[in-house]
Structures are given as structure tokens and as C-alpha cells.
Design a protein around this ligand. Structure first.
Ligand code: PEP
Ligand code: MN
Length: 680
């Protein structure tokens, strides 16, 4: 057959040209948008007292953006991510224009950071300075934190840019101490998303590596991935980019470095693996420090950092905090640090929302000063750690758990009405909700490291994208296998990482929530716990998806109200799961209520999935129930599968084999395609 033009080499060139043209057009449009944003800033400049950030307008822009994106066939999460960057950049462009800072004639600034070019500090400082000032900026790396501060004190540099806390590692105490001991002022902050890659010299393969070097924090953050590499030693290095540089300098061919993608590129390395950190989100907060205070425009959303010492008597801290609370001030950070020279006396570091000169906060600070020994205002600066996604994805959480259904879920309607717009959310690289279909699969329980690794390989090969496996098992008999607990969580996480699949597992007790959340991407509430309201309330405070299973004798309305407990706490990422209910019928383990799927979909916008395994209880019945669920409009399935069902320690009668699962996926395809959904 003659190649059609687009398939021929010339055709490919044409398409690539078109892509290049579209890219240029995108850049031209962005430049046009930012020009308009600058004009808005000039107008706002003369507005007094009114806050500059127009949140209502932003929400409006966001709502239309997502709607327009969807109508063009673009994915909503992708569109949101792009808009988040655009809005963030727009805000930053406006700040200096509004406050007039850009008119101060500064042509050249020097900023010092700890590390070498390509390290996260250098990337984050470049990002912050690009929007903070129109001056040219020289960035310079120094070996240690005190070296950077010495350079500032000697006026070799205008600003020091240092990390102060990390979302995984916590507070960086040495930097907090330097700020106090050297009387530095905080003039800005930056938050940087740390994304480690494993890089090596060109031509080197993963199996050639005998050593991986990086900063100790990065090695710890990629623990699971590194453990999976056989015969590879870990070597602590002073800096992530420094590790990358050392590979280039010596042309080391048996050593890899954990560093940023940019550092890999900078030092002529190629990326062997991405997405290797134990946790998906790893953010570092940096402070821009100077010898002189700088006061931002009061109309910008600001944050203020304080440090104080308290007399050693009961209730001293509570009194200090009550002053802030009474003034309606929101605390964004509090931590204490012992004073090395005075054992058992502490300094408290507190960050609050607001500008130090605003009427509210300045009055509170005056009062606070009178009850503290030593209060220093480290500075007010633009607030950059606010979670944008909160505005983007969901309405603000309601303050107190309502007993009645809130706006998210309505009671089951008596008469049919239009289905609400569906929520979608991302779990790793899987999108769940409107327009997609997701297969979650794996064994009932994690039984051993080998078993869950083998299961993960099997279900992945069959086409599942989320791995299931219970570590804490709610067994009807106390003498049955209860799960491996924490050990099981670790194996499950490792298996998920190894095969690039987010993992879901059940949490049974409040005290296990943090451990489960640290290892799993979705926390499952089992049928037996659907009515455990204390557990649900705690899960409402978590920022992770919750898979809520319908109780064995719960009505749909009760399931929705259970979900409401989680939503009311602020966690909007709830997946509902129909898993069969107890009826007079005993031919199956439970009776799958297929009608629950369309019923639930009429009254809530949350994704609904179906577990045919626990409903059927019998291997041969799992597939027909799964097909029925898909046909009824379920957004996905959770199906038990085991590489050796006959040896399964739990629910072996209902476990599919790898082959069964493959066949089921093939049978589901026409149904899912017929609904216009895509597999995710
Ligand atoms: C499970 O999914 O492992 C489970 C125990 O299911 P259910 O809570 O629906 O019985
Ligand atoms: Mn089971």
C-alpha cells in the first residue's frame, strides 16, 4: 500500500513543522497574556487599601479555563496544571510593578546559595529572582550554609538564598540558627518541587552501576528504589548536583547520581530513571535573606516570620498563641529550637499569614511583645506557599462536619434528575473519574515481598494500572491471617514503585493512618469500617484519595453520608465502591447491587467503582459481574488476582489468575470503548 502523506518521511517533516509553529504561537500568546497582565498591574497600582489579589476573578478564570479545556478534548488535570503555572507567573510579574520596586534603579544583584550550579537551590533561586526583579542577577554557589552567610556579611553578595524546611525531612535547623545568630532579615520565600532522577554518563546502563552517590537526604528519599538495585552501594555526597559533576569530571562509568534533571543535563549525563522518590511530593521551602529589611506592598498577600523566647512558666506558649488566635491570625508554621547556651530554654519560630504593618497583625505583635522575652520580626514577604490546587479543584472545605449532607452530596433523589458534573482526580499517572476507566487489581493480602512483586508484574502485564493488596486485613475470624502490617505496607510500596503503579490498601485504625498514608497512594476503608465515623473523620483531614467501600448492610444513602464525613473534613478525594450487600440470597458471597452505580451517579459527582470479587466470592462469577458493572457506568473496578490462587492466604476462592484477568480486560474493552471512555 502506498504510504499516505503523513506516514511518509516528508509527511513526518510536515507534521513536525506544524508542531514547531504551534509551539511558537503558544509562546507568542503567553507573551501577549503577560503584557496584558502588566497593564492590569499598572492600573491596580493606584488603587489604595484594596487587596491586589482578586481571588474571585482567579476562581472565575479557573472555572472557565477548565470548562473550555474539556470542551476542546483536553484533560482537566493537565489544563489545571498549566493554568496554575500561568497564574503563578502572572502574580509574580505584577508584584514589583504594583509596589513600584521595579523603579528602584538596581542593575545588578548577586545571590549566593549552598551547592554547585544545577542544585535545587540554584534552580529555585533563579526562578525566584527572575520574577522578583528586572535587574540582572549573578548566582554563585558556596560550599556550606555559613559560607553563604559570611559572603553576605562581607557584602560579596546582596542576598543569601537558603533552604529552611523540606516537606519530607522537616526543618533545617542550621539555617534557622544562622538567621537568628546573624540577625538576618527574611525578604522573600520560594517553594521548589524536588524531582530526583537517576543519571549516569552517556552509554552507561542501569545494570552497569555499582554505586549511586548523592546528598544523604536524596538517598533517603529514594530508599525504596535504591533497595531494588542489586549490588549497588550508596555514597553520601555534599550536594546532588555536586554528585552529578563528579561523574563528569572523572568520567565514572560504574557510578550514578541522584540529582535534578537540570543538573544531569548541565553535567553531560543521561537520565536512567525518573519518578524514583518514595513520595510523589517533595517540596523544599527556601528563604531569601538580606542584611537590610525590605517591606513589601501591604496589598499583596503576605506572610510574616517571627522568633521569640518565653518565660519558663506554665501556659506561656498557650497565652502567646492565644494573642495571635484572638486577632484572627493564621499560623503557617511553628517550631521550637533549644538554645545551646541555655539548656532547656527554647526559641519559637512562628510564621503567620499577614503583613506586619497591617492593623490587625501589628496590634497583635505589640501585645505579643509584652508577653515574650525577646520577639524579633524576621520580615514580611510575599506569600508563596499557598496551595493553589485548593482553589483549582474543589470548593473550600466546610468548617464543621455537618450531620446533613453538604453541597457535595445530595440525598438520593426521589425522581430522576440530571447527573451532576463528575469530579476527576489524578492518582500518580492514573486519572480517575469522568471519561476514564481504571482497573485496580492485586491479591487480597500482601503475603510476602516475593508474592506482591510477582502479583504486581502479573496484574501490570494484564493491563491493570493500580495495584491492590491488604497489609491490615479485617478478617471475620481472629485466627485467620491478619496481614503483615507495616512490613506488608513496605513490600506493597516497593512493588508499586517497581512496576510504576500507584497502590491502594486498607486502613483499619486511626493510629495506622499516618503509616498507611506514607506508603500508599489510596487509603481503602473496608466494608466493615464504613460506619467507623471516627476513622472517617480522621481521613477527612488527609490529603490523599480514600476508597470508601459500601458496608455490607448499608443503604446507598448511608454510603453517601459516610463519604460526607470525609468530604466535610476537607478531603475531597473520595472514591465510592460498591462491593455487594447482604441479602437473603446465599448463592454468592454477597449480592452485587449493580443499580447502586447509576443511583450513586445521580446524586454525587464522585467516582464510583465496583468490586466484583467480594460480591461474587467465586472465581467464575467475578468476570460477569465485572462486565455488568462496567456496562452500568462504573468508573473502574477493583478485582482480586493472585499468581497462585490455590496458595492464597486470603480469599483464594475468588482470586483470578493472570490469564483470567487478561481475558476479563479483553472482554471489558468493547464495553468501555462503546461508552467513549479511555483506559487510564
Ligand atoms: C478488601 O478489599 O480487601 C476487603 C476486605 O473488602 P471488603 O471490605 O469489601 O470486604
Ligand atoms: Mn479479599
Amino acid at each position: 500500500m502506498e504510504p499516505t502523506p503523513k506516514e511518509s518521511p516528508e509527511g513526518l517533516d510536515l507534521v513536525r513543522k506544524e508542531i514547531d509553529e504551534v509551539d511558537r504561537e503558544l509562546l507568542r500568546l503567553l507573551a501577549r497574556r503577560f503584557d496584558a497582565v502588566r497593564q492590569v498591574a499598572t492600573t491596580k497600582r493606584n488603587e489604595d487599601a484594596k487587596a491586589i489579589l482578586d481571588s474571585a476573578r482567579e476562581l472565575d478564570v479557573q472555572a472557565h479555563w477548565v470548562q473550555d479545556a474539556e470542551s476542546l478534548g483536553l484533560s482537566a488535570p493537565f489544563a489545571r496544571r498549566i493554568l496554575k503555572e500561568v497564574l503563578n507567573h502572572s502574580r509574580r510579574i505584577q508584584e514589583p510593578l504594583i509596589s513600584g520596586a521595579s523603579e528602584q534603579v538596581v542593575h545588578h544583584l548577586k545571590v549566593g546559595y549552598q551547592g554547585v550550579p544545577g542544585c535545587y537551590s540554584s534552580l529555585a533561586s533563579a526562578h525566584l529572582m527572575a520574577t522578583r526583579t528586572s535587574a540582572t542577577v549573578d548566582l554563585g554557589g558556596y560550599p556550606t550554609f555559613p559560607d553563604v552567610v559570611d559572603a553576605l556579611q562581607n557584602r560579596e553578595i546582596d542576598y543569601a538564598f537558603l533552604p529552611v524546611e523540606n516537606s519530607i525531612g522537616g526543618s533545617i535547623l542550621d539555617v534557622n540558627r544562622l538567621i537568628v545568630d546573624q540577625s538576618l532579615h527574611v525578604v522573600d520565600e520560594e517553594v521548589w518541587e524536588v524531582e530526583h532522577v537517576l543519571a549516569a554518563r552517556p552509554g552507561v546502563k542501569l545494570e552497569d552501576l555499582r554505586e549511586v552517590r548523592s546528598h544523604p537526604a536524596a538517598l533517603t528519599q529514594c530508599e525504596t528504589f535504591l533497595r531494588g538495585l542489586e549490588n549497588v552501594e550508596r555514597q553520601a555526597w555534599f550536594d546532588t548536583a555536586g554528585a552529578a559533576a563528579s561523574l563528569e569530571a572523572e568520567d565514572l562509568r560504574h557510578v550514578g547520581a541522584l540529582c535534578s534533571e537540570e543538573a544531569a543535563q548541565h553535567y553531560g549525563l543521561v537520565v536512567l530513571e525518573r519518578g524514583i522518590a518514595d513520595r510523589e511530593r517533595n517540596e523544599t521551602r527556601f528563604l531569601l535573606l538580606s542584611l537590610e529589611p525590605e517591606v513589601p506592598d501591604q496589598r499583596l498577600p503576605c506572610k510574616t516570620s517571627l522568633v521569640f523566647k518565653l518565660n519558663h512558666h506554665e501556659g506561656a506558649l498557650a497565652k502567646a498563641l492565644a494573642i495571635l488566635a484572638d486577632s484572627g491570625t493564621n499560623l503557617t508554621r511553628i517550631e521550637s529550637r533549644p538554645q545551646p547556651d541555655i539548656p532547656w530554654e527554647y526559641l519559637f519560630f512562628v510564621d503567620v499569614e499577614g503583613h506586619k504593618d497591617s492593623p490587625n497583625l501589628s496590634a497583635a505583635l505589640r501585645q505579643l511583645r509584652s508577653c515574650c522575652n525577646h520577639l524579633r520580626i524576621l520580615g514580611s514577604y510575599p506569600f508563596r506557599t499557598k496551595k493553589q490546587e485548593q482553589h483549582l479543584d474543589v470548593p473550600a472545605p466546610v468548617a464543621l462536619p455537618p450531620v446533613q449532607p453538604s453541597c457535595r452530596i445530595e440525598s438520593v433523589p426521589e425522581t430522576p434528575k440530571a447527573a451532576p458534573k463528575r469530579t476527576t482526580f489524578k492518582i500518580g499517572n492514573v486519572t480517575l473519574g469522568e471519561g476514564t476507566f481504571v482497573m485496580m487489581s492485586g491479591p487480597c493480602a500482601v503475603e510476602s515481598r516475593e508474592q506482591i512483586l510477582e502479583s504486581a508484574a502479573m496484574v501490570k502485564a494484564a493491563g491493570a494500572t493500580i495495584l491492590r493488596g491488604g497489609a491490615f486485613k479485617p478478617r471475620t475470624s481472629p485466627y485467620a491471617f491478619q496481614g503483615l502490617g507495616l512490613e506488608g505496607l513496605r513490600y506493597l510500596q516497593e512493588a508499586g514503585r517497581t512496576y510504576g503503579m500507584p497502590v491502594t490498601t486498607e486502613v483499619m485504625a486511626i493510629e495506622d493512618i499516618l503509616a498507611v498514608a506514607a506508603h500508599a497512594d489510596i487509603l481503602q476503608v473496608g466494608a466493615r469500617n464504613m460506619h467507623n465515623f471516627s476513622l472517617l473523620k480522621e481521613l477527612g483531614r488527609l490529603d490523599k484519595p480514600i476508597l470508601l467501600k459500601r458496608g455490607m448492610s448499608a443503604t446507598v444513602k448511608e454510603l453517601l453520608l459516610a463519604a460526607e464525613y470525609i468530604l466535610a473534613g476537607g478531603n475531597q478525594q473520595v472514591i465510592l465502591c460498591e462491593r455487594g450487600i447482604r441479602t437473603f440470597e446465599t448463592a454468592t458471597r454477597s449480592t452485587l447491587d449493580v443499580s447502586a452505580v447509576p443511583v450513586i451517579k445521580r446524586s454525587t459527582n464522585l467516582p464510583v467503582i465496583v468490586d466484583p470479587s467480594h460480591a461474587a466470592g467465586i472465581r467464575e462469577l467475578v468476570a460477569p459481574l465485572a462486565l455488568a458493572a462496567a456496562a452500568a457506568g462504573a468508573d473502574g473496578l477493583i478485582v482480586e488476582a493472585h499468581p497462585h490462587p490455590e496458595q492464597a492466604l486470603c480469599d483464594k476462592e475468588q482470586a483470578l489468575t493472570g490469564e483470567d484477568l487478561k481475558q476479563l480486560m479483553a472482554d471489558l474493552r468493547p464495553i468501555v470503548a462503546g461508552q467513549g471512555r479511555i483506559w487510564s
